[in-house]
Design a binder for this molecule. Sequence first.
Ligand SMILES: [Zn+2]
Length: 41
Amino acid sequence: MKCSVCGQELENEIRFLNHMMEKHGFRNPNIGTPDRNSRGY
Ligand SMILES: [Zn+2]
């Protein structure tokens, strides 16, 4: 996969998503990264 923002190539979707989040601050609700702080109440 290739980052559409900076053009960096990622090995797989996981790395791609991590890259997007870490480098570009993206948040993908499909990844399954629940916020422990905002988990219901
Ligand atoms: Zn990027």
